[in-house]
Design a protein around this ligand. Structure first.
Ligand SMILES: [Zn+2]
Length: 289
Protein backbone atom coordinates (compact mmCIF):
# COMPACT_ATOMS: atom_id res chain seq x y z
CA UNK A 1 0.00 0.00 0.00
CA UNK A 2 1.25 3.45 -0.76
CA UNK A 3 -0.18 6.79 -0.02
CA UNK A 4 0.29 10.24 -1.36
CA UNK A 5 -0.51 13.27 0.67
CA UNK A 6 -0.48 14.33 4.20
CA UNK A 7 -0.20 12.09 7.18
CA UNK A 8 -1.95 12.56 10.44
CA UNK A 9 -0.45 12.77 13.86
CA UNK A 10 -0.52 9.39 15.58
CA UNK A 11 -3.75 8.58 17.35
CA UNK A 12 -3.76 9.68 20.94
CA UNK A 13 -6.24 9.02 23.68
CA UNK A 14 -9.01 11.43 22.88
CA UNK A 15 -11.48 12.96 25.25
CA UNK A 16 -14.17 10.91 23.53
CA UNK A 17 -12.21 7.75 24.23
CA UNK A 18 -11.79 8.66 27.83
CA UNK A 19 -15.48 9.42 28.06
CA UNK A 20 -16.25 6.03 26.58
CA UNK A 21 -14.01 4.24 29.02
CA UNK A 22 -14.75 6.16 32.15
CA UNK A 23 -17.67 5.73 34.42
CA UNK A 24 -20.02 8.64 34.00
CA UNK A 25 -19.35 11.37 36.49
CA UNK A 26 -22.47 12.14 38.54
CA UNK A 27 -22.97 15.46 36.75
CA UNK A 28 -23.62 13.73 33.46
CA UNK A 29 -25.26 10.57 34.73
CA UNK A 30 -28.01 9.70 32.33
CA UNK A 31 -31.43 8.40 32.85
CA UNK A 32 -31.55 5.37 30.63
CA UNK A 33 -34.44 2.97 30.32
CA UNK A 34 -34.30 -0.73 31.06
CA UNK A 35 -34.50 -3.16 28.19
CA UNK A 36 -38.15 -4.01 28.70
CA UNK A 37 -39.13 -0.42 28.03
CA UNK A 38 -37.35 -0.41 24.72
CA UNK A 39 -39.35 -2.96 22.87
CA UNK A 40 -42.78 -1.48 23.37
CA UNK A 41 -42.53 0.61 20.21
CA UNK A 42 -43.54 3.72 22.06
CA UNK A 43 -40.85 5.82 20.41
CA UNK A 44 -38.06 7.92 21.73
CA UNK A 45 -40.05 10.57 23.58
CA UNK A 46 -41.40 8.05 26.02
CA UNK A 47 -37.80 7.34 26.92
CA UNK A 48 -36.86 10.96 27.30
CA UNK A 49 -39.80 12.78 28.82
CA UNK A 50 -39.90 16.48 28.28
CA UNK A 51 -38.28 18.58 30.90
CA UNK A 52 -35.52 16.12 31.62
CA UNK A 53 -32.04 16.48 30.33
CA UNK A 54 -28.52 16.12 31.52
CA UNK A 55 -28.60 19.49 33.26
CA UNK A 56 -31.81 18.90 35.14
CA UNK A 57 -31.87 17.24 38.55
CA UNK A 58 -34.57 14.72 37.63
CA UNK A 59 -32.31 13.25 34.97
CA UNK A 60 -29.57 12.58 37.47
CA UNK A 61 -31.27 9.74 39.27
CA UNK A 62 -30.04 6.98 37.04
CA UNK A 63 -32.57 4.21 36.54
CA UNK A 64 -30.09 1.86 34.95
CA UNK A 65 -26.78 1.69 33.22
CA UNK A 66 -26.28 3.88 30.17
CA UNK A 67 -27.00 2.00 26.94
CA UNK A 68 -23.42 2.43 25.74
CA UNK A 69 -22.14 0.77 28.89
CA UNK A 70 -24.33 -2.29 28.34
CA UNK A 71 -23.30 -2.63 24.70
CA UNK A 72 -19.65 -2.08 25.56
CA UNK A 73 -19.80 -4.80 28.23
CA UNK A 74 -21.10 -7.29 25.65
CA UNK A 75 -18.37 -6.39 23.18
CA UNK A 76 -15.68 -6.70 25.83
CA UNK A 77 -16.92 -10.05 27.06
CA UNK A 78 -16.84 -11.33 23.46
CA UNK A 79 -13.25 -10.09 23.19
CA UNK A 80 -14.18 -8.02 20.14
CA UNK A 81 -12.74 -4.68 19.05
CA UNK A 82 -14.77 -1.49 18.96
CA UNK A 83 -12.57 1.06 17.31
CA UNK A 84 -14.26 3.96 15.58
CA UNK A 85 -14.26 2.17 12.24
CA UNK A 86 -15.50 -1.21 13.55
CA UNK A 87 -19.07 -2.34 13.05
CA UNK A 88 -20.77 -3.25 16.34
CA UNK A 89 -24.28 -4.03 15.05
CA UNK A 90 -23.99 -7.63 16.24
CA UNK A 91 -23.87 -6.45 19.86
CA UNK A 92 -26.91 -4.21 19.70
CA UNK A 93 -30.31 -5.73 20.42
CA UNK A 94 -33.58 -4.64 18.83
CA UNK A 95 -34.78 -1.36 20.26
CA UNK A 96 -31.45 -0.41 21.80
CA UNK A 97 -30.35 1.97 19.05
CA UNK A 98 -33.05 4.46 19.98
CA UNK A 99 -31.87 4.36 23.59
CA UNK A 100 -28.33 4.92 22.35
CA UNK A 101 -29.49 7.93 20.33
CA UNK A 102 -31.02 9.40 23.50
CA UNK A 103 -27.79 8.89 25.39
CA UNK A 104 -25.75 10.54 22.62
CA UNK A 105 -28.31 13.37 22.54
CA UNK A 106 -27.89 14.02 26.26
CA UNK A 107 -24.11 13.99 25.90
CA UNK A 108 -24.23 16.30 22.90
CA UNK A 109 -26.38 18.69 24.90
CA UNK A 110 -23.72 18.57 27.61
CA UNK A 111 -21.05 19.42 25.03
CA UNK A 112 -23.08 22.41 23.85
CA UNK A 113 -23.48 23.54 27.44
CA UNK A 114 -19.75 23.18 28.02
CA UNK A 115 -19.25 25.35 24.95
CA UNK A 116 -21.36 27.94 26.79
CA UNK A 117 -24.11 27.91 24.18
CA UNK A 118 -27.55 28.86 25.46
CA UNK A 119 -29.43 25.85 24.11
CA UNK A 120 -32.60 26.92 25.92
CA UNK A 121 -32.68 30.54 24.79
CA UNK A 122 -31.15 30.05 21.34
CA UNK A 123 -33.83 28.59 19.11
CA UNK A 124 -31.18 27.50 16.59
CA UNK A 125 -29.50 25.10 18.98
CA UNK A 126 -32.49 23.87 21.00
CA UNK A 127 -32.69 20.69 18.95
CA UNK A 128 -29.06 20.43 17.92
CA UNK A 129 -28.21 17.70 20.42
CA UNK A 130 -31.04 15.56 19.11
CA UNK A 131 -30.25 16.30 15.47
CA UNK A 132 -26.56 15.50 15.84
CA UNK A 133 -27.28 12.29 17.79
CA UNK A 134 -29.63 11.02 15.09
CA UNK A 135 -27.26 12.10 12.34
CA UNK A 136 -24.37 10.19 13.94
CA UNK A 137 -26.17 6.96 14.73
CA UNK A 138 -28.53 6.67 11.77
CA UNK A 139 -26.79 8.57 9.00
CA UNK A 140 -23.13 9.49 8.87
CA UNK A 141 -21.93 6.68 11.20
CA UNK A 142 -24.62 4.16 10.38
CA UNK A 143 -21.96 1.74 9.16
CA UNK A 144 -20.98 1.20 12.81
CA UNK A 145 -24.46 0.58 14.19
CA UNK A 146 -26.38 -1.02 11.33
CA UNK A 147 -25.74 -4.46 9.85
CA UNK A 148 -23.99 -4.94 6.52
CA UNK A 149 -26.33 -4.49 3.54
CA UNK A 150 -27.34 -7.84 2.06
CA UNK A 151 -25.09 -8.88 -0.78
CA UNK A 152 -26.17 -11.73 -2.96
CA UNK A 153 -23.22 -13.45 -4.57
CA UNK A 154 -23.80 -15.49 -7.69
CA UNK A 155 -21.48 -17.95 -9.41
CA UNK A 156 -19.39 -16.86 -12.34
CA UNK A 157 -21.30 -19.05 -14.82
CA UNK A 158 -19.85 -17.36 -17.89
CA UNK A 159 -16.32 -17.89 -16.58
CA UNK A 160 -15.56 -14.20 -16.86
CA UNK A 161 -11.83 -13.68 -16.54
CA UNK A 162 -11.39 -10.17 -17.83
CA UNK A 163 -10.57 -7.13 -15.80
CA UNK A 164 -13.69 -5.50 -14.36
CA UNK A 165 -13.53 -1.90 -13.16
CA UNK A 166 -16.21 -0.32 -11.01
CA UNK A 167 -16.19 3.40 -10.32
CA UNK A 168 -16.11 6.10 -9.52
CA UNK A 169 -18.14 5.25 -6.43
CA UNK A 170 -18.75 8.35 -4.32
CA UNK A 171 -17.64 7.94 -0.73
CA UNK A 172 -18.58 10.07 2.26
CA UNK A 173 -17.03 9.67 5.64
CA UNK A 174 -15.50 11.55 8.55
CA UNK A 175 -11.99 11.36 9.88
CA UNK A 176 -11.53 9.59 13.20
CA UNK A 177 -9.24 12.36 14.42
CA UNK A 178 -11.52 15.38 14.12
CA UNK A 179 -14.85 13.97 12.91
CA UNK A 180 -14.51 16.29 9.93
CA UNK A 181 -16.02 15.16 6.62
CA UNK A 182 -14.08 13.15 4.06
CA UNK A 183 -15.53 13.26 0.55
CA UNK A 184 -14.11 11.36 -2.34
CA UNK A 185 -14.36 8.52 -4.74
CA UNK A 186 -13.22 4.97 -4.98
CA UNK A 187 -12.33 2.74 -7.94
CA UNK A 188 -12.46 -1.03 -7.68
CA UNK A 189 -10.76 -3.47 -10.03
CA UNK A 190 -11.67 -7.14 -9.96
CA UNK A 191 -9.95 -9.98 -11.78
CA UNK A 192 -12.34 -12.94 -11.45
CA UNK A 193 -11.60 -16.61 -12.08
CA UNK A 194 -14.00 -19.48 -12.73
CA UNK A 195 -14.42 -20.09 -8.99
CA UNK A 196 -15.11 -16.47 -8.10
CA UNK A 197 -18.48 -15.22 -7.03
CA UNK A 198 -19.82 -12.07 -8.59
CA UNK A 199 -21.92 -9.40 -6.94
CA UNK A 200 -24.27 -6.88 -8.50
CA UNK A 201 -22.82 -3.52 -9.50
CA UNK A 202 -24.93 -1.54 -7.05
CA UNK A 203 -23.63 -3.71 -4.19
CA UNK A 204 -20.14 -2.30 -4.58
CA UNK A 205 -21.52 1.15 -3.83
CA UNK A 206 -23.60 -0.14 -0.92
CA UNK A 207 -20.76 -1.95 0.77
CA UNK A 208 -18.37 0.97 0.19
CA UNK A 209 -20.92 3.28 1.78
CA UNK A 210 -21.31 0.91 4.73
CA UNK A 211 -17.55 0.88 5.32
CA UNK A 212 -17.21 4.63 4.91
CA UNK A 213 -20.17 5.58 7.11
CA UNK A 214 -18.00 5.38 10.19
CA UNK A 215 -15.34 7.61 11.65
CA UNK A 216 -12.56 6.44 9.36
CA UNK A 217 -8.89 6.56 8.54
CA UNK A 218 -8.59 6.44 4.78
CA UNK A 219 -5.74 3.94 4.70
CA UNK A 220 -7.71 1.58 6.97
CA UNK A 221 -10.96 2.09 5.04
CA UNK A 222 -9.48 0.80 1.78
CA UNK A 223 -8.19 -2.31 3.57
CA UNK A 224 -11.57 -2.96 5.21
CA UNK A 225 -13.28 -2.64 1.84
CA UNK A 226 -10.74 -4.95 0.21
CA UNK A 227 -11.17 -7.57 2.96
CA UNK A 228 -14.94 -7.74 2.49
CA UNK A 229 -14.79 -7.90 -1.31
CA UNK A 230 -12.06 -10.53 -1.13
CA UNK A 231 -14.19 -12.63 1.22
CA UNK A 232 -17.38 -12.29 -0.84
CA UNK A 233 -15.90 -12.76 -4.29
CA UNK A 234 -12.62 -14.69 -3.93
CA UNK A 235 -11.21 -13.11 -7.09
CA UNK A 236 -7.74 -13.77 -8.55
CA UNK A 237 -6.95 -10.14 -8.03
CA UNK A 238 -8.45 -7.11 -6.37
CA UNK A 239 -7.44 -3.47 -6.68
CA UNK A 240 -8.85 -0.49 -4.86
CA UNK A 241 -7.93 3.15 -5.27
CA UNK A 242 -9.51 5.83 -3.12
CA UNK A 243 -8.99 9.54 -3.59
CA UNK A 244 -10.56 11.87 -1.06
CA UNK A 245 -10.72 15.35 0.27
CA UNK A 246 -10.20 15.68 3.99
CA UNK A 247 -12.08 18.65 5.36
CA UNK A 248 -9.93 18.76 8.47
CA UNK A 249 -7.23 20.02 6.09
CA UNK A 250 -9.47 22.79 4.71
CA UNK A 251 -11.53 23.93 7.66
CA UNK A 252 -8.86 23.80 10.34
CA UNK A 253 -5.14 23.08 10.70
CA UNK A 254 -3.13 24.08 7.67
CA UNK A 255 -6.24 25.19 5.74
CA UNK A 256 -4.76 23.83 2.58
CA UNK A 257 -7.51 23.66 -0.02
CA UNK A 258 -5.60 21.69 -2.61
CA UNK A 259 -4.63 18.55 -0.79
CA UNK A 260 -6.22 15.22 -1.48
CA UNK A 261 -5.19 11.84 -0.25
CA UNK A 262 -4.86 8.81 -2.50
CA UNK A 263 -4.62 5.28 -1.16
CA UNK A 264 -4.48 2.01 -2.98
CA UNK A 265 -4.63 -1.66 -2.15
CA UNK A 266 -3.42 -4.25 -4.67
CA UNK A 267 -3.94 -7.94 -4.08
CA UNK A 268 -3.36 -11.18 -5.95
CA UNK A 269 -2.83 -10.77 -9.68
CA UNK A 270 -2.74 -6.96 -9.37
CA UNK A 271 0.24 -7.34 -7.08
CA UNK A 272 2.05 -9.96 -9.18
CA UNK A 273 1.27 -8.72 -12.66
CA UNK A 274 2.66 -5.26 -13.37
CA UNK A 275 0.86 -5.11 -16.72
CA UNK A 276 -2.52 -5.74 -15.15
CA UNK A 277 -1.80 -3.12 -12.51
CA UNK A 278 -0.77 -0.62 -15.17
CA UNK A 279 -3.87 -1.37 -17.21
CA UNK A 280 -6.11 -0.75 -14.20
CA UNK A 281 -4.34 2.44 -13.14
CA UNK A 282 -4.25 3.89 -16.64
CA UNK A 283 -7.94 3.11 -17.24
CA UNK A 284 -9.02 4.85 -14.06
CA UNK A 285 -6.59 7.69 -14.69
CA UNK A 286 -8.28 8.42 -18.01
CA UNK A 287 -11.65 8.59 -16.26
CA UNK A 288 -10.37 10.64 -13.34
CA UNK A 289 -8.73 13.28 -15.50
ZN1 LIG B 1 -8.98 14.94 10.68
Amino acid sequence: MHQIGSGYPPATTSIANRLMNDKLPPSVALQMPHDEHLNDGSGENALHPQGTGPDRPEALSALGRPMSEQIRARIRSAGARFHANDNIAGFIRPGELEALVLEVQARMESVLQSLVIDTEGDHNTQETGRRVARMFVHEVFRGRYHAMPSMTEFPNVSNLNELMIIGPVTVRSACSHHLCPIMGEVWIGVMPNEHSNLIGLSKFARVADWIMSRPQIQEEAVVQLADILQEKMSPDGLAIVMEADHFCMHWRGVKDVGSRMINSVMRGSFLKDANLRREFLSLIQSKRA
